[in-house]
Design a protein around this ligand. Structure first.
Ligand SMILES: *Cc1c(COP(=O)(O)O)cnc(C)c1O
Length: 382
């Protein structure tokens, strides 16, 4: 149970995401230590964390960003201005010229995609490096929704579909097969990648290990990560890239919400001014149970409540928690680890407003970076 928070959140509007720069810097220093020890480059996967007000800070430590779309590429280009990489399962033809304008590395999901764009990219005056995503058909994930190697996966080229004759102009290979995993999984994965694709890697300039590396988690085994990076760099002379999203923002932010009402139906249920469906969709999708500061598991403390959102979705439930004191309307709850895969995924289902976004550092204290309103809801509809 996390007991307290050393930021005074009483002045914040609710709901509100707040990112603590001190914690973000701690993560960035850990990631930078990997770069310094191995010479690899680490990119922020914007898919997981696109809080661009901190991109200048992130850019002090990391080599740049990776993107899943034109918009993410543009955001990284404009707000960080370092290396921009992009990978998408398929590119939209009308967008490709603009994608080339922002990107330093473009990774294709298939040889069809590479063949479709290769004449265009060869005539470009900009120096862009091109890669192919491979599917080593090895992963240690149980949920197909997060497993790029499940049967019939559309993500990456498998060995039987790999076309060595089509590699002219390709300088790198990319694999992404992990999710929230430690480096023992990586060590087993790179063995398979090497066995299957080593003969092609030796002609490449770079190898991208994708994301899913939980590098900033306390029990992460850094030595095995360093060994894995060095293994490929030494064996094939390639530069290694990592592109974590979650590990950059892991445990760096909170979502502050307020109790609106308490209802009873064979148990006590608190209705909050936030919503799992709108503001923390991974709670339902993943699913998982976020920690709340000062709260425990059901019955661990005297007062147990089910926490639900204020949308009409019956399943808009965050989970069951116990508290030392009874909850009452107006009480504030602080959900932990809410910086990644939240702001980037939130929505205005039911016309629910988006949480405000705030930033904390020691020098400036709390700053509210952005608040949303009716216009944001209206602008996305017609
Ligand atoms: C999702 C994704 C990432 C980032 O994954 P995390 O789990 O947030 O580290 C990186 N690369 C690709 C290709 C991805 O799809």
């Amino acid at each position: 149970m996390i007991k307290n928070l050393d930021i005074d959140i009483k002045s914040l509007p609710t709901p509100c995401y707040i990112v603590d720069e001190r914690l973000l810097i701690k993560n960035l220093e850990i990631l930078d230590s990997v770069q310094k020890r191995t010479g690899c480059k680490i990119l922020l996967a914007q898919k997981g964390f696109s809080m661009h007000s901190v991109y200048p800070l992130v850019g002090k430590y990391l080599a740049g960003v990776t993107s899943s779309s034109l918009f993410e590429a543009k955001l990284g280009y404009e707000k960080m201005g370092k290396e921009v990489h992009i990978y998408a399962p398929a590119y939209i033809e009308e967008e490709f010229d603009e994608i080339m304008k922002y990107s330093d590395h473009i990774v294709f999901n298939s040889f069809h995609q590479w063949n479709k764009y290769k004449d265009k990219v060869r005539t470009s005056t900009k120096k862009i490096s091109f890669g192919i995503r491979i599917n080593p058909e090895y992963s240690e994930l149980e949920h197909p929704i997060y497993d790029p190697c499940y049967k019939f996966s559309r993500l990456g080229v498998t060995l039987p579909n790999f076309k060595p004759e089509g590699l002219d102009g390709i300088e790198g290979l990319h694999f992404h097969t992990m999710c929230e995993q430690n480096s023992d999984t990586l060590e087993r994965t790179i063995k398979v990648v090497d066995e299957k694709f080593g003969r092609y890697i030796k002609d490449m300039k770079w190898l991208n290990f994708g994301g899913g590396h939980h590098i900033t988690r306390p029990d992460y085994d850094m030595e095995a990560l360093v060994r894995s990076i060095n293994y490929f760099q030494d064996k094939y002379g390639v530069s290694v890239y990592l592109e974590p999203g979650e590990a950059v923002a892991l445990n760096t932010g909170y979502l502050v919400a307020k109790v609106l009402d308490i209802v009873e139906n064979e148990m006590n249920i608190a209705i909050l001014d936030t919503s799992a469906a709108c503001h923390m969709p991974d709670v339902i999708e993943m699913p998982y149970r976020p920690n709340i500061i000062g709260a425990g598991k059901p019955d661990e403390n005297p007062h147990t409540y089910r926490l639900g959102g204020h949308t009409c979705l019956a399943g808009d439930i965050i989970g069951d928690y116990s508290f030392v004191q009874n909850l009452k309307p107006g009480d504030r709850l602080v959900f932990c680890d809410m910086a990644h895969y939240t702001m980037v995924k939130n929505n205005t289902f039911n016309g629910v407003n988006l949480p405000a976004i705030a930033l904390y550092n020691e020098k400036e204290g709390i700053r509210i970076i952005k608040q949303f309103g009716y216009e944001d809801f209206e602008n996305r509809l017609s």
